[in-house]
Every structure is written in C-alpha cells, then in structure tokens.
Design a protein around this ligand. Structure first.
Ligand code: ELE
Length: 287
C-alpha cells in the first residue's frame, strides 16, 4: 500500500521554484513517501501552464521514477502535448481529471477523451475522479466501459464508490484521497493513499500504515484523530494554502507560496495555525 504525495508546487513572486520543488520531493521521499502525484489539486495543477507542468515533470522524474503526472487541461491540445512529453520519461503513469467545467458534455464524449489519451501514449493512464471539484463523476461502471484505464484516484467521501472500481476492475490500481480517512483506506486494502498530508507529515502516514498492518487499530486511530485535528484548524483558513504553512511548521523549511487566487495565509492566520498545531505536534511526537 503506497503513500503518494500530491506534491505542492512552490511559487516565488508568481514563478514556479523548481529547486525548492526538488528539495521538497527528496525530503518527503526520504521520510517514507513512495511516489509523487504531480500537478494534482494540492499541486495546483489547473493553475499551471503547459510549460510549467513540463518543468515539474522533468524535476519530479529527476528524483524518482515513481511519478504520476496529472495531464488534464481544458483543451485537448495541451493534454496531448504533455502526454507526448511524458513519454520521454520513465514514469509510472499519467492521470487526468475528466474534462471539467463544461456541463454540456455527453458520457460518450467523456469516454472518448480517455480513449484518446490511452491511444496517445504507451504509459498507463489513470483516472483522477474528483466530482466535487470537476463537476462530473466517472464511476466504476463508466470507468470500466472506457476500457483502457489502469488506475484510479478517487476523491470522494464514499468508500463504497472507490471499492466498486476494485470490484469491477480487479487488475487496476485504486487510490483514495482525504486526509481524514487514511487509516480506513489502508484497512480496506486499497493500493494506497494520495493525500495532501504526505507533504507535511509523511512519517505519520508511515506510522498509520504500520499500525494498520500490525492490526493496532487503537494506535492508528489515535494518529488519525491528530491529523483530523490539524484539518479542523487548517480547513477554514483555506486548506490548499495551509499545506504550505504546515510544511514550514513540520518540516522546518520554506516551501514557497501558493499562486493566487490560492492566496498565501496572512500573518495572523499563520500564527493561529502554528499555535494550534504546536500541541498536536507534541502529541504526534509521543506516538
Ligand atoms: C486530494 C485532494 C482533495 C488529493 C491532490 C490529491 O491533491 O491532487 O481533502 O479530500 O478534498 O484529491 O487534495 O482532497 P480532499 O490527489
């Protein structure tokens, strides 16, 4: 069961800071992250240009071959250009959100999009299903009908929804997001988690996985609840922005800033987060 980081994209004065990205990737992989999901939600993928994503792909694959590159854009030309570029690298897979924003697409058109992706590359193609963000759901039945998907990242609070992919397509990889349910995802034997907290507490995720594998449910639960306490403070401040601050707090270095309209936290918000988290940090260290 893999711990996969939807890695943040560090910006400085509006520009992607590739060096910080590489250092951050190396650090979290050293601490137990198994693979990188690049240009996902936490990576602010939809806010990145084609050129920026190419640079991140190159940077990520200089650190590990276990890279899943999110290639979804609002136009097929950029998608195919990125997929072609990805072919140059020995990476694990490309993933895409379904075509988003436009409500007027038919099921047939969405399926056609994924089939075109599969036809354009020899790399495995994964579905990144995130209905709340994307505005459409590609469920297990539809994913199976598409016929060429090799994996899915399902971001959806419904566990049965995710298990259905595994049931209908036992041969594919199924990953789940949501920091608040990591222990449950490990417990039901999914292929792994892709969660934002892998950016700031990869070591805690490793401990949760170890506890679940040892069937020490109490310990897994105690660790999980501490993550949930972090989320309770960070979510109202804007979770995407908070992740940068949480990296600073837990990992002790400056990971750059997000890109507006994902605005960096204001100084009072940073203080509030740091104060609330210091007690949780102590409790995590004791477990
Ligand atoms: C999760 C999103 C959404 C992880 C990514 C991920 O960021 O690219 O907190 O469940 O809305 O899909 O971060 O997470 P929640 O793959």
């Amino acid at each position: 069961m893999d711990i996969i980081a939807p890695i943040i994209t560090p910006f400085r004065s509006g520009k992607v800071d590739v060096e910080t990205f590489i250092n951050h990737a190396k650090n979290i992989m050293k601490k137990g992250v198994d693979a990188l999901f690049v240009a996902g939600t936490t990576g602010l993928g939809p806010a990145l240009s084609l050129e920026e994503r190419k640079a991140l792909l190159e940077a990520a694959s200089s650190v590990t071959r276990r890279v899943i590159m999110q290639v979804g854009f609002l136009n097929l030309y950029d998608v195919l250009a990125l997929v072609k570029y990805a072919e140059k690298f020995d990476i694990e897979a490309v993933a895409s959100v379904p075509p988003y924003y436009f409500p007027g697409l038919s099921q047939r058109q969405v399926a056609k999009y994924f089939r075109e992706l599969c036809a354009a590359t020899s790399l495995p193609v994964y579905l990144y299903n995130y209905p709340a963000a994307v505005g459409r759901n590609v469920d297990a039945e539809m994913a199976k009908a598409i016929g060429c998907l090799k994996g899915v990242k399902d971001t959806n609070p419904d566990l049965a929804h995710t298990l259905a992919y595994k049931r209908l397509m036992p041969e594919i990889k199924a990953y789940k997001g949501s920091d608040s349910l990591v222990m449950a995802f490990f417990a039901v034997g999914l292929d792994g988690v892709i969660v934002a907290s892998a950016n700031y507490i990869p070591d805690v995720l490793v401990k949760i996985r170890d506890a679940v594998l040892r069937r020490d449910v109490e310990k897994a639960k105690r660790l999980q609840f501490l993550i949930n306490e972090i989320l309770e403070v960070a979510t109202p401040l804007g979770y995407n922005s908070s992740v940068y601050e949480l990296v600073r707090i837990f990992q002790g270095y400056d990971p750059g800033e997000p890109r507006p309209p994902i605005y960096p936290l204001e100084s009072e918000e940073r203080e509030k987060l740091a104060k609330a988290v210091s007690r949780i940090k102590e409790a995590l260290n004791k477990l």
